[in-house]
Ligand binder design. Sequence first.
Ligand code: F0G
Length: 346
Amino acid sequence: MGVLKRYGEYLPVTEKTPAVNLEEGSTPLVNLERIGSDLGVDLWGKLEGCNPSGSFKDRGMVLAVAKALEDGARAIVCASTGNTSASAAAYAAHVGVPCYVLLPSGKVAMGKLAQALIYGAHVIAVDGNFDRALEMAREAATERGFAIVNSVNPYRLIAQRTGAWEICEFLGDSPNLHVIPVGNAGNISAYWAGYKEFRGMWKIKGLPKMMGFQAAGAAPLVTGEPCPNPETVATAIRIGNPVSAELARSAVAESGGEFNSVTDEEIMEAQKILAAKGGIFAEPASCATLAGVFKLKREGRLPEGSSVVMILTGNGLKDPDAALSQVGEPTRIGGTMEELMEVLRP
Ligand code: F0G
């Protein structure tokens, strides 16, 4: 029913806030039995790729855009590795407000670029990485009086907490481990706030350990210092200087969790396994979660029988190039039944 409708009474929504709604949120939480039983855990995937623009960004964007409208903003602006821009462009189109998006040139997955363009945003390709594009977007917002809808906008993280509430409502408690990809570090912070708040309001017993996974080539929260030239196949989390680093550090510390990194090879292997043994096609950044769970298992640090929720942040269809680069070709045949029978072997 849309995040503002379902959770409006727990969000900063007033009678003046426009009821923006693309039916975001309420995403499936799927039990991944085949993979979980191999690992000896109760493994769940939260399918954030089922949101209207195909990523978790829609949860927070709906409130950020509603508030921008309420405040009379002339336009919205953001920098993005792809998903924030797709989401911002979708909501801007839905409500009819101009949208400017700054993207790191040549480093955004094809599907996300197509989304921003088809939704009618002004798309600006910046010769620089995401971190630089974000600095520029922030300055431009101040200069022009536009609403910035990156996660520096507080409404984004406030509404992203709804993901944690949905998980707790569905499971009846929090999971033991919450496993999440980390880029600009907003989502892990929002989930932690969401779990704590849910415990206060609805009296669940536990809180999860927050396990944040970064790509090895863009892992400032693992190394402890900014990464000037982030590089990874998981372009969504190709970020060297996360804006919400401090919030994310406290989430991990308070929960007794950790930051860790996974290589591009591990991410792509996990993408294949999630698809072929789970039936879920998630984009590479999202698969840093499963790669991380495998790493914990290898290191003997995945407690037997624990419940593990992975936030599968974005839809695999956004980045078909990444998937195609690691699978074989289709089996080709002419149009005869003999040839078909030849290849239909069990
Ligand atoms: N997964 C996906 C698919 C993402 O698009 C992002 C961030 C993350 C994980 C990391 O989330 O930044 O809250 O730690 N994408 C942003 C964007 C940066 O511009 O779309 P985070």
